[in-house]
Design a protein around this ligand. Sequence first.
Ligand code: GLN
Ligand code: ZN
Length: 757
Amino acid sequence: MLTSVIGYPRIGANRELKFAVQKYWRNEITSADLQQTASALRAEHWKKQEAAGIDLIPSNDFSFYDNLLDTAVLLNAVPQRYQKLGLAPLDTMFAMARGYQGEKGDVHALPMKKWFNTNYHYMVPELEAGTHLALTGTKPFDEFTEAKALGIQTKPVVIGPFTFLKLAWYAEGLSSHDFAADIAAAYADILGKFAKLGAAWVQFDEPALVKDLTAEDTALFASMYQTILAAKGSTKVLLQTYFGDIRDCYQTAAALPFDGIGLDFVEGSRSLALVQHGFPQDKTLFAGVINGRNIWKSRCRDVLDLLNTLKSCTKQLVLSTSCSLLHVPYTLKNEPTLQDSQKAYFAFAEEKLAELHHLAQLTENAQAQQDKDYLANEALFQAQRPGSNPAVRDKVAGLTDKDFTRKPDFAEREKIQKAEFKLPLLPTTTIGSFPQTKEVKSMRARHNKGEITDQEYTDFLKKQIADCIALQEDIGLDVLVHGEFERNDMVEYFGDHLNGFLFTQNGWVQSYGSRCVKPPIVWGDVSRSCPITVDWAVYAQSLTKKPVKGMLTGPVTILNWSFPREDIPRRDSVMQIALAIREEVMDLEAHGIRIIQIDEAALREKLPLRKSDWHKEYLDWAIPAFRLVHSGVKASTQIHTHMCYSEFTDIIPDIDAMDADVISFEASRSDLKILDALAAAHFRTETGPGVYDIHSPRVPSEKEITDALHKMLTKLDCQKLWVNPDCGLKTRGKAETEPSLRNLTAAARAVRKELQQ
Ligand code: GLN
Ligand code: ZN
């Protein structure tokens, strides 16, 4: 049985690509240097997969920033404003990714959104009236040729036209139909080129097919692929789907002349039933059975059972990952601090290659159940997992409705809090973190290595906090933060201080562009042994009369940005985490912290892709978990929350039901569209839609922010509007942060004045 990988991580086992790209941005290396690092990484990844015995190795899964952005460039979808800068192609692409502010102009970045329900972000292609989609780029061909020169025959991967059009943004009056014919012609050209280059297979990724599709969607999908596949020559075409099942278009896909269909059997709850109902005998089934999104080993017994069932449905079966391995870290080999007894449970990208190969061999082994590795794997899954805590389990089991209900109700609290805090109209604040300077990072690293004492490190952090408070007072912000200098990452920090988590040293996963995160692993039952943030918050509050927000990460985000357990339901895990964070909330309040922000940055992210699953699979426990965290505080304690990205138009009542007092979220990159929806739904929670984009280094002018506020005030009650950036400032430099925040407070003051006239 052949094996296939949908995509491999590209950032480098030691984040080589990240560091090279950042050096390039700082003008420390040339584009030739950068290209050299990139091609060395590609070669390494291809060779690794070849050595592991993978048959269908992906190419063009590499990207300097993002694959959808690459696809936009490939298809000539470069908006005018970037073309006008007159930059070299690589720099034009980076301008689209990050915005550009310099000699040649001043432009915003493209909007950035989460890739389906993952923590990976893509750049949203923009299609304007003048956009003529056509195959103008060469990246997939270059990379295929590059691999071929190394003696490796790859399977090029390109995001498919349906997904591209579904994720794109359209200028007023335009829709996918205006671009369907052109894009189909471009993909036909892609196939033509690959046939010439001698590619055996091309993989078109169409994850958008796993969402709820309308009849119109299915028709669009079918009509584009009819055109594309009509141009098919010697190269076989694989329709690759992932992150769910394709129940709405399975029959359509089966009837089209694809050579292979890739289905996700890990997250696709109906994939098996679809195939059992009938799989076209002229096609190869690429069975996604190795979970590309989690780090646990597969249970051989279950995978073999599944494969045996599939074998009875189709003669041509290829064993595959469930999605790209982009979402898992590189290798356990880089994890010296994990014990062997722990590593026994895990498979990162490299180990998943070995799993694929091993499973493929087992399917051809009549004695599979006697195989030594099979037996060891089965023994692991049958053994009792370490890390169980009966007290925590009892607490979760004993939760009742009143644990999830804060009293008094929102309206009454709002009155009490207005009297308590006496904040001005349009109060200003930030989301929590301040720039993590080189100095902050290096002191943390030195402390971790034992090069400086705990006392030295604490003194250093206190100095940072004091400077940060002084700066915020000088800038004139109303609700202050301590700056989060003690935290590397908002989830890792809490995981690190709670029982039940495991940490990797190098388990980096790309989040966007050059940004990586190191998700903790939920390993056992979760509990808190002692206060985590209280000392920092209390110290910061002691330095100022203005309120300082206590800053916590919420349970849903901790779970969503960790690798979750697969041996207990997510609901149980999240309630355990919620109980631990609740203890921290109560301690902060007891120590005089009057405003507490519980970030749920990632709450929206794991919303199931199908609407029918939203509540029963997710919101029915995620929203209560948040309520459990804060339901015990006094009426006068103000609870804030923060969510990254504003794509929650459809779940506004659920967000209101979190029952926070104030919510801040991203809005600046998406045209403030959410505001209409908030107004329409009579959103009661006070709201701080971010007034500028912190993902870009540009400094917003006072006028830009004033304009944004004016726009917001046409939709939102001024009594409920807060003024803040759209996310934490930790990734920004000091140089842009201070002027940006000064412009922010100046804008708030100006608009306040207008309102008072
Ligand atoms: N409080 C966090 C910060 O400011 C929130 C980060 C986030 O939303 N991703 O960094
Ligand atoms: Zn955020």
